[in-house]
Design a protein around this ligand. Sequence first.
Ligand code: GDP
Length: 479
Amino acid sequence: EGMNIQEISKIFHRDASEIIKKLLLSGVMANQNQALSKEVIELIALEYGVEPEEKVVVDKADLEIYFEDNEDEELLTSRPPVVTIMGHVDHGKTTLLDQLRHTRVTEGEAGGITQHIGAYQVEIEGKPITFLDTPGHEAFTTMRARGADITDITIIVVAANDGVMPQTIEAINHAKAANVPIIVAINKVDLPEANPDRVMQELSEYGLIPEAWGGDTIFVQISAKYNQNIDELLEMILLVAEVEELTANSNRLAVGTVIEARLDKAQGATATLLVQQGTLRIGDPIVVGNSYGKVRTMLNDNGRRIRSAGPATPVEITGLNDAPQAGDLFVVFEDEKSARMAGEERAQRAQLEQRDTKKKVTLDNLFESLSEGELKSVNVIIKGDVQGSVEALSASLQKIEVSGVRVNIIHQAVGAINESDITLAAASGAIVIGFNVRPTPQARAQATEEEIDIRQHRIIYNAIDEIETAMKGMLDPEF
Ligand code: GDP
């Protein structure tokens, strides 16, 4: 009570002008510095989906609250899609990313110096598409493990002479676990031994069925090296983007995610940010992960200095007191003082908490998590020595049902438990089962670090029994 619009706009992280406009639409005239009555404040709270009875306590250092999706429909406009390229090693991911960048420079801003900042934009038919410049699913899933879901569309590259390989399947499962639409690029169709039909056949076993065969997955046959059908691929991306109805409000303080960051001797901390909502401007007070500062310089993917950047635009900024980490969130604040306070608070909390913030899913806490309703299904990754036992184990696990909760196999494959499995487990809250296989030493170390539960078995029945017992809460005699 008695607060003015300036103060309220900070609480809701909205522009004062937007609040004034909303009040006007409800028939209330107000200026920025005028103290408002309780009734009017309640009206504003209601507009933003807050029950007036609840006391509005905002933890300003909790960056996630600024990402809450309560944008007013009429403020939303369409934005470019953000695309990640995944696939098996040597199938042409890097070549495709280079080709796309190259095509853009020659067609568009001739003479522009492309600069690696971790992401770039390509234009087709005057519409931009943002590509993350790190091929492979490790980057994709590492970001997700840190809480950043920034990819709208995934391109899975499969070489037409090689077909579906282990990392192709990993990539598919990583994309599926993140619920991101997939476009398949069958690459290297210039090679005489290319066999696109075989690739389609193999992929249909993983639920990726071309439209011509009655499915709904888009396949594009390309040659990344010889620049064949790349435009068609870009058009398909726009098509999927249109279906997804990607929108953002460019008219608010910016929020988004860190793509890359480093400490530079000359410039101090630099970070590539992907703006997700709002417009980022030179001079903005900003909190980035556990660091803070003021946007001092801003470069686009062409190495040009720019003054502002809207949704889905990647930019490299300087002006932070410390280097954040890829996957960290950033939020622009109204004023420097609150940015500094929030930033310092976050750095302090990070020191205190270190890591054990996110509760890891293990067989020991499974029952507890299930009964508290935190988990709706039990995510499992299966690795085994032969295809037959992986499939048998997978089929049996999927038959388990304990009070409405089932097992969800997010990835299964033949081979040792590798680092990619652990990253996926961390991002998806999964338990890893090794059937007659072990983790690699690196995967073992990473699993310890990330507190991922790995269970090794030699007898299928034991593996099934262990999961079922844990789901029933009978693993530990205490229960
Ligand atoms: P990545 O490991 O998936 O990033 O694969 P690369 O982009 O490094 O490509 C691996 C090899 O395949 C390189 O020698 C490329 O020149 C070659 N390559 C990539 N795309 C094509 C293509 O369309 N046709 C042919 N013939 N070779 C390609």
